[in-house]
Ligand binder design. Sequence first.
Ligand code: ZN
Length: 173
Amino acid sequence: MFSGKTERLLEWLAVARAESIPVAVFKHACDDRYHDEELVTHNGRRATARPVASAEHILRLVGDARLVVIDEAQFFGIDLVDTCRQLAEAGCSVVLAGLDRDSWGEPFGPMPYLEKMADRVTHMTGRCAACGGEADHTQRIAPITGTSMIGGSEAYEPRCSKCFVAPPIELRR
Ligand SMILES: [Zn+2]
């Protein structure tokens, strides 16, 4: 997180819109929100994203889009891999953004599989909140309570691999 990946998604959208390519934008409805949401970046760029509960909803809702953009891809199940394959076979370009490591530094959901099937992968990093180095981990800084791991900057900060400390493994979910 905090690496500018949403900004990169919006750049793809801006190019598609300039070329009048129909687009569909999705994000995972990871916290039961089902109203349209905006992807907003720090510099004010924005796009409307439709929250969906699973990858199969994407296939149902994609319509005539030729570019499908999916944010928070790490929250989807492994079936997102097959969904992306079906979209590509139907002639869609698919651009995804997501975290490749979870709060324990382990592979996150379908991300490793999506990386292997992608034509192009861009690894983006943030700045470590502890030492200022290159951050490729997400540090949980809020206590883990209940079942939800959802959170923003109040619960997570970017860390490098040296400063990252995994929470107790028994809390992994
Ligand atoms: Zn560090």
